[in-house]
Design a protein around this ligand. Structure first.
Ligand code: MOS
Length: 728
C-alpha cells in the first residue's frame, strides 16, 4: 500500500498533538547509543569482509597541469602491491558541490594540490600506504595558477543579486551608518570518522559500504562516475561518524574502491587518512564581506547592504551562500546584496556545516552590534525593532517566526542587562570581562522522502528508509514518530536506515533530515491508522492507540495474523512559493579577554531557538550544543591555512586545525522556544542542527568588543588579532 502527501497548504492542526502514547517530544536516549559506546556499531571500514584488499589514494603534488605517466611497474614490484588504478574516472571531481549534480569531468587533469590521481591496492594497508608514498609520477605542470582570492577578479553570481531602492542615498542620509568589511576563515568539516569505503561486486552489481549522508542521491552519483546503471548499485551507511557536509556527495574513496574491486575481482577497502580527508574532500570558502547598514535616529534600519566574495575552483557551481538569511532577516527598504566568486586553484569548496549562514551571520551580526552602539540602542532592542513583518525582498509571509521570542527568552535566561553599553567596564585581574549577543537564522529546507512502515501481526513495527543517521538521532526520532502514531513503546519499533534497498529517504543535509524523513513516516502511519480504524470499526478520530492496544483490544488481536505495510511518500509541494520558512534564535555569550595576551575564553553561552515541533528534546539539545561549539571554533580557533606557493592545505589534521576541545567549551544553556510551523512540514518541525551555529560566533565577537574595546574584523579572533585591535 502507498500513501502520498504533498504539502501545498499550511498544516495547522495535527494528529501528533492528540496522541496517547506520550513518546514524541520525550527526551528518550538514542536507540543506537549503546551500540555506539560499546563499539558494536560498525562504521564503513569495519564491516567484516573476507579476502579484502586495501587501497590507498595518491594525491597530486602539483597545483595545475596533468599526469604524464605513473610508474606502475615500480609500484607493482613493491611487496604486496596488487594494482595501481589510475582510471580517468578517478580524476573526476565527483559531485562535491551540490548533491545530485553531475561530476565535473576533467580526465587526468589536475586543478589543485592533493587531488586524487591514483589508487594503490595491496594485500595490507601498510603495503598500500608505503607504495602510494613512493610511487613515481611524472607531471606536466602549468605555472601561474591563481591561488589567492584577493589577487583575482571575482565573478558576480547573478541569482543572488538584489537591488531595491537606493542604498547609497540611504547611507548618505542616515542618522547612523556603518560600512565595514569583515573576513572569515575557511573551515573543514572535520567529522570524527574519516571517509572510508568497502566495495564488492557480484556480477554486474556492486555493493559499497561507505560513510555517506545522502544515499538516494549518492547512488546516482556513483553510477554516473562508474558508468553503470543505478539499479546495479547498492550503498550501505548504517552508522556515520559525522558528516557536516563532507559526505553529501560520493568521494574518491567510494569511486576508486568500486573501480579497483571490479578490476581485481575481489573486495577492496579504501580508507582515507585524516590528512587526506582534509586535503581531498572539500573546504568551506574563506569569505570577505562588506556590510553597509543605515538607520534613522530611532534605530530603524533604512538601508541594508551585504556584499560578499567567496572562492572556488574554476568550473565548480557551488558558491558559499553567505547571503541566505540576509535576504529576509531584517527590514531596511534600500537594499543591496551581491555574491562574487573568485576562481582559484585551492581544493574544491563545498558545503561545510550550515553553508552560508555559518559565516554570513557572524559578519552581519557583528555589524549589527556596531550600528546598535552607534545608534545608542541596546543590541537586543535594536534587533527587535528591525524584525520585518514579511520577507522584505519577496514580500512573502513567514510560516512562523520566533526571533522576537528567542531574543526575549534568551536574554532572560542569560540575565542580559539591557540599556546603552560601553566597552571595557569590568576588569578581573589581568582579564577584561564582557557580554555580547547575536541573532540566529537558518533557512528551513525539506526534501522529498519515502519510508515504509510495517505493522507486524505480533504488534511490533518496522520503519525502513535509506535515510541516514549521521549522529543526529534519526534512528530515535523516526522510532518516536512511528511509536507515537501507532501507540507503541519505542522498544516495539525497529528502525532500519542507511541502505538503498529501503525506500528513498531525503538524506541528511541542510538540517532537513528530521522534518522530511519524519514526515514520510507520519504519512505512512496515518494510512496505517486509517486501516486500523476500519478493522476496529471506529472512525479515525475515535481510534485510540496506546501501549500496543486499540481501545481495549490488543493490536495483535485486532490484526488477527495480518501484517500491514505502507510506503509513505512526502513531497514538499508548492508551499514554499507562498511562504518563507526559517528557524530563528538568539545567542548570548560572556567572555574574558586577557589584557596582555589577547586570549579569549568563553565563560558561558545561552542559545534560544525556535525550530517548530521538538521531536526529542535530548537529541535536539545535543544538536544545539554541537552548533554552539562550532560557533566557538568559528569565533576563536578554526581557519584553514593554504601554502601561498602551491595552494596546498597546510593545517590538515586536528593538531593543526583547531576545533574547540573540552577546555574551550563552557557551560552552554539551550532554551527551546515553543513553536509549531504550519508551513515547514506536515509534522510542523523545522531544521535544528545548523541553526545552532548560525550567528553564535558574533555573540562571542561582540562580547570581545564589550570586554576589551577591540573590534576585530577577522574571524577567527586569535590573540594576535585581538591585541592588534585593542584601542591603545
Ligand atoms: Mo550539511 S553542510 O548540508 O551536511
Amino acid at each position: 500500500m502507498n500513501a502520498h502527501f504533498k504539502q501545498d497548504e499550511p498544516v495547522t492542526t495535527n494528529r501528533l498533538d492528540d496522541m496517547k502514547q506520550g513518546l514524541l517530544g520525550q527526551p528518550v536516549p538514542r536507540s543506537d547509543g549503546l551500540a555506539k559506546v560499546t563499539g558494536t556499531a560498525p562504521y564503513a571500514a569495519e564491516y567484516p569482509v573476507e579476502n579484502c584488499a586495501e587501497g590507498v589514494l595518491v594525491g597530486a603534488t602539483i597545483t595545475k597541469g596533468r599526469v604524464v605517466s605513473i610508474d606502475k611497474e615500480g609500484a607493482l614490484a613493491m611487496p604486496g602491491v596488487l594494482a595501481v588504478i589510475d582510471d580517468e574516472r578517478l580524476t573526476t571531481r565527483a559531485a562535491q558541490g551540490t548533491a545530485g549534480e553531475a561530476p565535473v569531468q576533467s580526465p587526468r587533469t589536475i586543478d589543485y594540490w592533493g587531488q586524487p590521481i591514483a589508487l594503490v591496492v595491496a594485500e595490507t594497508f601498510a603495503q598500500a600506504r608505503d607504495a602510494a608514498k613512493q610511487i613515481g609520477v611524472e607531471y606536466a605542470s602549468e605555472d601561474g595558477a591563481p591561488l589567492d582570492p584577493e589577487a583575482v577578479e571575482a565573478e558576480e553570481s547573478e541569482d543572488e543579486t538584489v537591488r531595491q531602492g537606493d542604498l547609497d542615498a540611504a547611507m548618505a542620509d542616515a542618522a547612523h551608518a556603518i560600512d565595514v568589511t569583515i573576513e572569515t576563515g575557511g573551515h573543514a568539516s572535520a567529522a570524527m570518522e574519516p571517509h572510508a569505503s568497502i566495495a564488492q561486486w557480484d556480477g554486474d552489481k556492486v555493493t559499497v559500504h561507505a560513510s555517506l549522508q545522502m544515499l538516494n542521491y549518492n547512488i546516482d552519483e556513483l553510477a554516473d562516475s562508474l558508468g553503470v546503471e543505478a539499479k546495479n548499485v547498492r550503498l550501505v551507511s548504517r552508522y556515520v561518524g559525522g558528516g557536516f557536509g563532507s559526505k553529501l556527495g560520493v568521494s574518491e574513496d567510494v569511486v576508486s574502491a568500486s573501480i579497483a574491486a571490479r578490476e581485481l575481482g575481489r573486495p577492496v577497502r579504501v580508507t582515507m587518512s585524516r590528512q587526506q580527508v582534509f586535503q581531498m574532500i572539500m573546504r568551506r570558502s574563506e569569505t570577505r564581506q562588506r556590510l553597509r547598514l543605515a538607520s534613522d535616529d530611532a534605530g530603524d534600519l533604512t538601508g541594508f547592504g551585504h556584499e560578499a566574495r567567496v572562492s572556488n575552483l574554476p568550473g565548480e557551481t557551488f558558491a558559499e551562500p553567505v547571503l541566505q538569511s540576509s535576504h529576509f532577516l531584517y527590514s531596511g527598504a534600500n537594499r543591496a546584496l551581491k555574491l562574487e566568486v573568485a576562481r582559484i586553484h585551492r581544493m574544491t569548496a563545498g558545503s561545510v556545516r550550515a553553508p552560508g549562514e555559518a559565516v554570513g551571520m557572524p559578519a552581519l551580526e557583528a555589524a549589527m552590534d556596531e550600528l546598535a552602539e552607534k545608534a545608542g540602542v541596546d543590541p537586543v532592542e535594536f534587533r527587535l525593532r528591525n524584525i520585518p513583518e514579511r520577507n522584505p525582498e519577496e514580500d512573502l509571509p513567514f510560516g512562523s517566526h520566533k526571533l522576537a521570542e528567542c531574543l526575549k527568552q534568551g536574554a532572560k535566561a542569560f540575565g542580559w542587562e539591557s540599556g546603552p553599553r560601553k566597552p571595557r567596564q569590568r576588569q578581573d585581574g589581568e582579564w577584561w570581562r564582557g557580554t555580547g549577543m547575536a541573532s540566529a537564522a537558518r533557512v528551513h529546507n525539506v526534501g522529498e522522502a519515502k519510508a515504509r512502515v510495517t505493522l507486524k501481526s505480533d504488534g511490533t513495527a518496522i520503519v525502513q528508509t535509506d535515510m541516514t543517521d549521521i549522529g543526529t538521532g534519526t534512528y530515535t526520532i523516526l522510532g518516536q514518530v512511528a511509536g507515537e502514531m501507532l501507540g507503541l513503546p519505542l522498544e516495539r519499533v525497529l528502525v532500519e536506515l542507511g541502505d538503498t534497498r529501503h525506500p528513498a529517504g531525503p538524506g541528511s543535509g541542510g538540517s532537513w533530515g528530521a522534518a522530511s524523513a519524519g514526515s514520510a513516516v507520519y504519512v505512512a502511519c496515518n494510512a496505517l491508522r486509517a486501516k486500523l480504524a476500519e478493522m476496529a470499526d471506529v472512525s479515525e478520530d475515535e481510534l485510540s492507540l496506546a501501549d500496543g492496544k486499540a481501545g481495549n483490544r490488543t493490536l495483535r488481536d485486532l490484526l488477527d495474523g495480518e501484517e500491514l505495510s505502507v510506503e509513505g511518500h512526502y513531497e514538499p509541494g508548492d508551499i514554499s512559493d507562498g511562504y518563507t520558512a526559517s528557524g530563528f534564535g538568539a545567542f548570548f555569550a560572556e567572555v574574558r579577554v586577557n589584557r596582555f595576551t589577547g586570549e579569549t575564553r568563553v565563560e558561558r553561552m545561552v542559545g534560544a531557538f525556535g525550530f517548530g515541533r521538538v521531536l526529542n528534546p535530548k537529541t535536539a539539545r545535543s544538536q544545539c550544543l554541537g552548533g554552539m561549539t562550532w560557533s566557538i571554533g568559528v569565533a576563536l580557533t578554526e581557519k584553514l591555512l593554504f601554502d601561498p606557493g602551491d595552494g596546498h592545505l597546510v593545517n590538515c589534521d586536528l593538531a593543526e586545525y583547531h576545533v574547540p576541545v573540552n577546555r574551550d567549551v563552557p557551560d552552554v544553556e539551550v532554551v527551546f522556544v515553543e513553536e509549531r510551523d504550519p508551513v515547514a512540514s506536515p509534522i510542523q518541525a523545522k531544521g535544528i542542527g545548523e541553526l545552532g551555529m548560525c550567528g553564535g560566533a558574533a555573540a562571542i565577537a561582540n562580547a570581545i568588543y564589550n570586554a576589551s574595546g577591540a573590534r576585530v574584523y577577522h574571524y577567527p579572533m586569535t590573540p594576535d588579532r585581538v591585541l592588534a585591535a585593542l584601542p591603545e
